[in-house]
Design a protein around this ligand. Structure first.
Ligand code: GLC
Length: 475
């Protein structure tokens, strides 16, 4: 079947978080399974865009209320990513370095969605499935169902995949006229709690809803930033599918970003070499257990717990542990983390920013990875860590609950229930004892390294849903 994935992010073209990793990998495995897969993202001014070769396959202009924009559709020439990658170029809106965070984000992503649909009409061939990802693409299921101009697309089956339900793409009625003309009796689909809500629209109008882990689907029925009741109502067409990871990119035996390659056969020496490299770069001690955090420094990820938890764990275990943090986000958290450098020189360090290469080295060279998330729809870092022989320390929530089981229950990691400084420090103390018991420590590492989180297994679950909604609506 022909499948379109529409998203704001896709690795390596444009990445802020895990959404990019999923949209960069799942399509490759669907294509390998025999489908024709196209991924469409906006054309931002990124390194990938500037270093690769594209051809223009379509151009036109769209109307957004009173604005007119020219757009082009650029195709990556080589298909080297394993699927066809298309960029929607709208210079005024996307020729900027960042993906999100502009005042006109609503205008940007609405224009993107309209341009994608105009292009699909111009192709004169409907795909079987449009899989939208998160709220930035949430209006597509509505527009193709109800906007007059897009009636020809109305038979296409749509799926909304929720990677993060906290962000919903709200906007006011003053922007209602941006949406291509439709019969006003359908306006109720656009609204949730007195505002227009892109994610709610998608959940109401798509033929199927998927979340990126089964536990997250259970959780959003209870807590979903105002959408709980909607998720309850649409439970019948929803399914939680645990994300996979790209085991070709994430392979400690071949990863070009590592100092030394290794596998489950020789991880002890391999990891030690990577740890030495990391410790040298960050002035840490390779003889001590290394706890790392990689990710966005926001409350959602438990980033606010890190300064205090690090200070407490380091003062309790001083001279016994190292902590290394890679991330960026809330400026207050960043500042507090930077300040700690003075007090715990030689045992602690932080790198503020996003650095893919360094992240790979940290997975390889660390002993434990910290994920004290308050909300974690799936979480990929714990899966990367497991594959690289690094024991995850997680709060039991969302996808973390589905992938990490405490070693006390014969599992592969360390779990705690509260997103609190106390729980994080308690887990670090348990980890220090585990580290000292090398047989136990190594056997847990091996258990983690042998888990199969590849997309091959998972991508079939998406295809099953696509087939179900195609058949259901044919009858
Ligand atoms: C979002 C979620 C994260 C998930 C990722 C990919 O970034 O916060 O938990 O793993 O999307 O689905």
């Amino acid at each position: 079947m022909e499948i379109f994935h529409i998203s704001a992010e896709c690795y390596p073209m444009a990445k802020v978080g895990g959404l990019a990793d999923v949209v960069g990998a799942l399509p490759k495995y669907q294509q390998n399974a025999g489908h024709q897969v196209r991924v469409v993202v906006p054309c931002y001014d990124t390194k990938f865009k500037n270093e690769n070769d594209f051809e223009c396959v379509h151009w036109g202009n769209i109307k957004l209320g009173d604005f007119d924009f020219l757009f082009s559709v650029l195709k990556e020439r080589t298909d080297k990513l394993g699927y066809e990658l298309y960029l929607i170029e709208i210079k005024e809106l996307f020729d900027r370095p960042n993906i999100y965070g502009y005042e006109d984000d609503i205008e940007r992503f609405l224009s993107f969605q309209i341009a994608v649909l105009d292009w699909i009409i111009a192709r004169k061939k409907n795909p079987d499935i449009i899989n939208c990802h998160d709220h930035h693409t949430g209006l597509i299921p509505f527009i193709i169902k109800y906007s007059y101009k897009y009636e020809i697309l109305s038979k296409i089956r749509t799926v909304i995949t929720i990677h993060n339900g906290l962000y919903q793409g709200w906007f006011g009625y003053d922007k209602l006229h941006y949406i291509p003309e439709f019969d006003l009796k359908h306006v109720g689909f656009l609204e949730w709690n007195n505002s227009l809500n892109s994610l709610a629209v998608a959940v109401k109008c798509a033929h199927a809803v998927t979340t990126v882990s089964p536990s997250y689907l259970d959780e959003i029925n209870i807590s979903a930033n105002g959408l709980e009741a909607l998720f309850n109502m649409t439970r019948g067409k929803s399914k939680g599918i645990l994300n996979g990871i790209d085991i070709e990119v994430w392979n400690p035996l071949k990863d070009k970003m590592l100092e030394t390659h290794y596998s489950i056969e020789n991880f002890e020496i391999g990891k030690q070499k990577n740890k030495e490299k990391l410790c040298e770069r960050f002035d840490l001690d390779p003889a001590k257990p290394l706890f790392s955090f990689i990710g966005r420094l926001f409350n959602e990820k438990g980033g606010d717990l890190l300064p205090q938890a690090s200070a407490l764990a380091l003062s309790e275990n001083f001279e016994n542990i190292n902590i290394l943090i890679l991330g960026s986000g809330n400026p207050d958290i960043e500042k507090q983390l930077l300040q700690l450098r003075e007090d715990y020189k030689g045992n602690y360090n932080v790198f503020i920013g996003y650095n893919e290469e360094l992240a790979h080295l940290i997975y390889a060279g660390s002993d434990f990875i910290l994920m004290p998330s308050r909300v974690e729809p799936c979480g990929l870092n714990q899966m990367y860590a497991l594959r690289y022989g690094t024991i995850p320390i997680v709060r039991r929530t969302g996808g973390l609950r589905d992938t990490v089981i405490d070693f006390g229950d014969n599992g592969n990691g360390i779990c705690h229930d509260q997103a609190s400084v106390g729980d994080v420090c308690y887990s670090i103390n348990r980890a220090v004892s585990l580290y000292d018991n090398k047989d136990n420590f190594n056997s847990i590492i091996k258990k983690g390294m042998s888990i199969d989180h590849s997309w091959e297994r998972v991508c079939q679950e998406y295809i099953e849903i696509y087939n179900q909604i195609i058949q259901k609506h044919e009858n």
